[in-house]
Structures are given as C-alpha cells and as structure tokens.
Design a protein around this ligand. Structure first.
Ligand SMILES: Cc1ncc(COP(=O)(O)O)c(C=O)c1O
Length: 403
C-alpha cells in the first residue's frame, strides 16, 4: 500500500539556499575545489566565552526540559537587549524563545493565520517566507521591488496592495534584508507603520541581521516607532547571525501578550523548548558579546566593499551596495539572455557556474528575482578573490561562441 503524501507537504519546495550549500559541501568532500558563495551563516566561530558557558551548563547538569517559553534569565536578557538596542519596553513574559528564528516565524504564523488569510511579502524575499506561509494554509502575496528603489516597498504600494486583497492579515518585513542587504530607514518605516495601523495589519519584523549593518547606518525596529505599532508588531530576532551560533538553534519572538501566549502553546506541543544548554549560552551572548560583533562586522564590511566593487567592474553586471546582512545581489540579465550555452534562467546559469567553474552561488529565482544571483560574502577574502575570478571567466565564456 502506498501512503499518500499530504497536499501541504507536496507544496513545500526544498530550500534552494540549503540545496546549493549542501551540493557545494558534497563536492568539497569529494575533493573538488569549490568556492561556496551560497552560505547563509557567518564563517566565524562562536566566541569562546559563549562556548565556556555551554560547557559549564553541561557540567552543572543543566540538561533537562526548561519551561516552554525559555528560562527567565534568558527572557530577561532579551528584554534588556530590546531596551538597550531598540528602545523597546518588553516584559519578559511577552517573549517566546524558539529553536531558531525560523521556528519563531512559523509559530507566529500558525498563531495568527487562518486558511486563506493573505500575507504580504516584499520581493525579493528570503526563501523560507513563502513556504512558511503556505505551510499554515495562508496565501503569500508578493510585493515586487526593484534596484532603483533599493529593493524596498513604499507605503503607497503597500496600501494599494492591501486594497486589492480579500483578507490581508500580515506583512513580513525583513530589514536588514536577505537577499538584498537593504535596510529601511526610520521615515520609510513610519509610513509603512501608518498603513499597517490603518488597515489592522500585523507586522512580523524579522530583524535577524540587525547587528550586521555597515557604513554607520542605524538599525530601526518598526516596533519602536509608537506604542500603537508596537502592539501590532511581532519582532523576530535570534543569536544565529550576530553571534555566529547558527547550529545552536535559538531565536525569539517578542510582541503582544495574546499572540505570544498562544504561540507558546503551539510550541509546547511541538518542540517543547529550546535546548537548555543553548539557552544558558545565549544569556552570555546577549549580555556580553559586543566586541565579537564589532570584529565580525568590520571584516564583513571589507569583504562587501571588495566584492561589490569587483562585481561592478564586470561588463553588463549591475550591483547595488548592500547596507546590511552578508549578501550581494548582482543583476545579470545580459548573460541570461545573450549566452551561447542555451541557458535561459538563473538556475541553469548557476548550474553552469557550479559545474564548469566550481563556484556555488544562489539563483535569484529562489528569492523571486530571476534576473539576479546572490553571493554570500560569509567566506574568506582569498576565496572571494578566486571566486570572482572564476565568476568573470564563466560570464565571458557563457557569451562566447567557443565550446
Ligand atoms: C531573513 C532570515 N530570517 C531568519 C533566518 C533564520 O534564522 P535562524 O537560524 O535563527 O533560524 C534566516 C537564516 O538564514 C534569515 O536569512
């Protein structure tokens, strides 16, 4: 007998970024010299004193289930962080700690969305948002942006989209943004907040790249703009990117009591709580780790400057300067439409570059932007230089008539 797979499971596509990364890792394991620009995690190690705290937690047998929403000292550390960095007063009881920001977003969507509710997502978008929305039987509605608006939506565009929908419920805002690196300024956020308040739209504000922001640009959380919008925002953040702790799995959601309480109930029946050891380590990360962030940010800024400048020097490649995260998204339509290899889209283009030039970059179609590709610069400078050399050679070969 064959068991039917659910319609829900069938609609979920594998994460293209994880797929590219896995393929690159596999090629590397086979001894192939691949340069991986697909990675979505810092190439730095978790700072020593965070690791020490985890070792201490094990030695002290802090190895049992904790309460669902997270140990109180961690929720207090998050509350202090929100006050310190984001000027937000948040009661520790209005915080839910989950196994990664990814899980936080899913639990919040499960809490607020009914079947066929509409969730607005600026595009290009992080690959998981659309699948997460589909997983809860809601409908993703993409809001297209372009290079000239630096990939940001406007309040007017948001309002028009809302007016054209049947059941608009949530806006997922991601600043600093993956994949574009765009960062929304205070005024832009104020205008967006006005629209969300006017039409009673919940904002899920994914601020996971908050600490990776360059050129002195300041991160603003939409939740901090007024008491009214704070009551209509779920702030999402975590330790993965800022503290190089992707494998530890810890993210959090902070927002209105009712939503957090209900999301916590869902978590209690799924993942129970976050790994107890990780929770102890995260307290130290949030309380003490500014210096490691500074070092990482300086290095990322250097790499970003080099990468973007080199990309811009390639004929027929355009690239905006990303202000945050660790990604750059060059625009490559010329090579998609004028190549002599029969390539017609960004997936085939990236396959060609991976197979022939041994560089792994993510096709823009993964983010709803087929005329782009995404480079992660969470890889060392030597690899970036070599990878760019191969990228240029690959582009030139693609439009040449040779074999
Ligand atoms: C925009 C965005 N949000 C959330 C996450 C998930 O982070 P976590 O490791 O905390 O699940 C990622 C990871 O790549 C991301 O890029």
């Amino acid at each position: 007998m064959t068991i039917q797979i659910s319609k829900r499971a069938k609609t979920i596509k594998p994460s293209p970024t994880l797929t590219v990364s896995a393929l690159a890792k596999q090629m590397k394991a086979e001894g192939i010299d691949v340069i991986n620009f697909g990675v979505g995690e810092p190439d730095f190690n978790t700072p020593e004193y965070i690791k020490d705290e985890a070792k201490k937690a094990i030695d002290e047998n802090f190895t049992r289930y904790t309460n669902t929403s997270g140990i109180i000292e961690l929720r207090k550390a998050i509350s202090n962080k929100l006050k310190r960095d984001n000027d937000l007063d948040c009661n520790p009881n209005d915080i839910l700690v989950s196994p990664g920001a990814k899980a936080s977003i899913v639990f919040v969507l499960m809490t607020v969305c009914d079947s066929l509710d509409e969730v607005l997502i600026p595009s290009p978008y992080w690959v998981s948002y659309t699948s997460q929305v589909e997983m809860v039987d809601a409908l993703p509605v993409l809001l297209p942006t372009n290079m000239s608006s630096n990939f940001k939506i406007t309040a007017k565009q948001l309002e028009e989209a809302i007016l054209s929908l049947n059941r608009p419920k949530v806006l997922i805002l991601n600043s600093p943004n993956n994949p574009t690196g765009s960062v929304y300024g205070k005024k832009e956020l104020e205008e967006i907040a006005q629209v969300c308040l006017k039409y009673n739209i919940l904002v899920i504000s994914d601020e996971i790249y908050e600490k990776l922001i360059y050129d002195g640009v300041k991160h603003v959380s939409i939740a901090s703009l007024s008491p009214e919008i704070r009551e209509q925002t779920i702030l999402i953040n975590g330790v993965s990117k800022a503290y190089a702790m992707t494998g530890w799995r810890l993210g959090y959601a902070a927002g209105p009591t009712d939503i957090i309480k209900n999301a916590s109930r869902i978590q209690s029946h799924t993942t129970s709580c976050v790994n107890s050891i990780t929770q102890k380590a995260a307290v130290v990360a949030l309380d003490k780790c500014e210096e490691s962030i500074f070092i990482m940010r300086e290095e990322f800024q250097k790499r970003r400057n080099f990468l973007v400048e080199e990309l811009r020097n390639i004929p027929n490649v355009k690239c905006n300067m990303p202000q945050g995260a660790f990604y750059a998204m060059p625009n490559v339509p010329y090579y998609l439409h004028n190549n002599k290899k029969g390539i017609t889209n960004s997936i085939e283009f990236c396959e060609f570059l991976l197979k022939k030039y041994k560089i792994a970059i993510v096709p823009g179609s993964a983010f709803g932007a087929d005329e782009f590709v995404r480079f992660s610069y969470a890889t060392d400078m030597k690899s970036i230089k070599e990878g760019l050399k191969r990228f240029k050679e690959g582009l030139l070969e693609s439009i040449s008539h040779g074999l």
